[in-house]
Design a binder for this molecule. Sequence first.
Ligand code: NAD
Length: 251
Amino acid sequence: MATNRLAEQVALVTGASRGIGAVIAQRLAKEGAKVAINYQASKEAALQVVRGIVDAGGEAVVLPGDVSKEKDAETLVKSVIEQWGRIDILVNNAGITRDRLLLRMTVEDWDRVLEVNLRGAFLCTKYVMPHLIRRRQGRVVNISSVVGIGGNPGQANYAASKAGLIGFTKSVAREVASRNITVNALAPGFIDTGGMVDQMTEEAKKTVLGRIPMERFGNADDVAEAVSFLCGKGAGYITGQVITIDGGMVG
Ligand SMILES: NC(=O)c1ccc[n+]([C@@H]2O[C@H](COP(=O)([O-])OP(=O)(O)OC[C@H]3O[C@@H](n4cnc5c(N)ncnc54)[C@H](O)[C@@H]3O)[C@@H](O)[C@H]2O)c1
């Protein structure tokens, strides 16, 4: 159901051409926000997300850019301001994995995951923040992971990036709290976006489900719902927090 919870608000969602980011973008648009859909490579997929939003009566644009590149992050934010004259919400969702056990992990595997997942969030936040501070309002939501809390074999680089994002969230939250800006992190568990979970064998699925007290995988709507809540007026006194969305797995 569409609401006006985020009417007049402008949001930038990174990595929103598919998966969780696309659903977050659709959700924020449904709540009345104008949404910039950032993508790195898949323009057609990003355009499809925009079409879906526009067809549903919302407003959205696509913005290309690699969040790990400073120039791209700066241009991304500039483009949102040129388009709508303001920015209120940043969702740092863009993320990648390059899974390997530590002994096989290359320096490139390590660097690239940290660059996209952590440096990318830093750069986008850095360039968005002056606009939020000027208007003394804003919301930043960082998509971390339960792996950043509990660790996971084969994901030392990813876990480090997601744990780093939590430290980043808590620090920036303290820096900007007096300006009426909130900064929070979400830590999803196993979210079925039609990719990784679909490719698991039935046995692997069973093993994973056995570790989830709610006995089901999460879906992108579970994450989008929490983003929408954190961006709304009702969450104005919540900052520096990490909310796990994992069916009770990590607790
Ligand atoms: N799916 C899960 O189970 C799960 C669990 C916990 C956390 N997460 C996190 O949620 C976020 C979204 O995950 P997803 O499963 O939808 O992944 P996905 O691979 O489906 O989507 C990731 C998006 O990020 C974009 N992206 C990648 N590198 C980029 C870059 N350098 N610049 C800009 N965009 C870039 C991709 O193009 C894509 O649109 C990620 O940060 C991921 O770590 C996912």
